[in-house]
Design a protein around this ligand. Structure first.
Ligand code: SAM
Length: 286
């Protein structure tokens, strides 16, 4: 059953749509966002949780639809984000818990979900400056790894994440969840391998590529005299030769024990915070 009703006394310009049926076409459309094809076609993605939605709106992301559980109705923050959604021309849905569970594919869903417009930075618009660090990920496959890298890059004060080649979707539900909100804070660009190599040659950056056979201990590298791009290899096959040979340094994180390699997101975190440690002696702000 779908039922439109006006909200009175809240000063809203729009109308909250009450939806309890899974066959409602708007709900079907939102549920289809679990498919990459549909996300790409609509250039949309879903983010769960009131705090994330508030942060995204504060950061200027375009909200298309706000969905909240009946139980969240009347809560001041929910009312505020609903008003903001209306003000930006978005749709506001008040739904049953069953609908929310189906949308988010969770038994205990968050009370608030936002559907946002995807946003990529163009590689040619990235103009790294001295003191900045970027992460470039070659063909990252795992959504959990990508989300964790975006979150960690945010926490380490990096300026952006560049997706090189065919990668997993930064706007899948799993990736967005793993970013814990950092998807809204961290600029993400994507590029073919050829475009990335062309860009790195002209952008005035030092590419520090990480490699299990790297000749240089990651702690001894100069992270300070140029903006740095930390280049990380694919989970299965590592960094291909065409990317490795173009790098300014091939860094290795010395390991103990029997593990062949570190998890990609862990290795990225180690590199990010090492670069930050070097930079902090240049800039005492953080
Ligand atoms: N089998 C792959 C290989 O041979 O490279 C392992 C890839 S590893 C799981 C994923 C990425 O994490 C690597 O390509 C590299 O960028 C980084 N990495 C992991 N452990 C590392 C280490 N000890 N030193 C430098 N980079 C490392």
């Amino acid at each position: 059953m779908t039922n439109d009703r006006s909200e009175h006394g809240t000063g809203r310009v729009g109308q909250v749509k009450e939806v309890t049926s899974l066959t409602n076409p708007i709900i079907k459309d939102i549920r289809a966002l679990t498919q990459k094809k549909h996300r790409d076609e609509t250039r949309s993605f879903m983010a769960e949780g009131l705090k994330l939605v508030i942060d995204a709106l504060d950061l200027g992301w375009k909200i298309k639809t706000l969905i909240y559980a009946k139980a969240a109705k009347g809560k001041p923050h929910v009312e505020q984000v609903a008003a903001k959604t209306f003000a930006k021309g978005g749709l506001v849905l008040e739904v049953s818990e069953k609908v929310l569970s189906a949308i988010t594919r969770r038994d205990n869903p968050q009370m608030v979900v936002g559907i946002f417009e995807q946003r990529y930075r163009s590689l040619k618009d990235l103009k790294p400056e001295l003191g900045e660090t970027y992460v470039a990920l070659d063909r990252v496959r795992d959504p959990g790894n990508l989300g964790t890298v975006i979150r960690t890059a945010d926490a380490a004060g990096a300026s952006g994440v560049i997706l090189v080649g065919e990668t997993t979707d930064p706007f899948s539900l799993e990736t967005v969840r793993a970013t814990m909100g950092s998807v809204f804070a961290m600029p993400v660009a994507r590029a073919s391998t050829e475009d990335f190599i062309r860009w790195q040659k002209s952008a005035g950056v030092k590419v520090v590529a990480t490699h299990l056979a790297g000749a240089v201990d990651y702690r001894t590298i100069d992270y300070k005299t140029k903006p740095v791009v930390l280049l990380m290899g694919n989970e299965q096959s590592g960094l291909p030769e065409e990317l490795a040979r173009e790098a300014g340094a091939l860094a290795r994180i010395p390991q103990a024990g029997r593990a062949d390699s570190l998890n990609l997101a862990i290795a990225t975190g180690i590199m990010l915070f090492e670069a930050r440690r070097h930079l902090l002696t240049l800039d005492a702000r953080a």
